[in-house]
Design a protein around this ligand. Sequence first.
Ligand code: CTP
Length: 135
Amino acid sequence: METKEIRKQKVVITYGTFDMFHFGHERLLKRCKEQGDILIVGVATDEYNVQKGKKAVQSFEDRLKYVESLPYVTRAIPETGINPQWYEDYEKYGVDVIIMGDDKVGELDYLKKDMNLVYLPRTKEVSSTEIREAI
Ligand code: CTP
């Protein structure tokens, strides 16, 4: 009898603020989805942004709702910080890979001893900060 392969679905997770969703965000998330079957996106809460010294124009609820509506996003969840959340998510969702834009190269390398973390190149010439400043 022929044996059919049973393949576990590959789970990808990424995190960010996603304020005024732009084509750099879209390109990043689409490339994340190409790396797996399930894409979970952690959206930074307003409180977490305050901790990071960041002020989004859109509320957390609006940013979360928008990201969740995207057809290539399986689920959007609140992100309240790296430790302990990323470690807990990694176990809870059976994450295969965390993907982040390469603006985090160096800053997040310490996580690589515990997790599979990969960086993707950012899209040039667009950022929420630039859009905020232009407005
Ligand atoms: N990203 C990207 N290319 C861009 C902008 C963002 O690939 N031009 C990626 C980031 O590297 C990150 C994700 O999109 O993995 C969410 O980034 P976020 O910080 O929300 O977007 P920025 O536009 O960089 O926002 P800010 O300027 O407020 O830092």
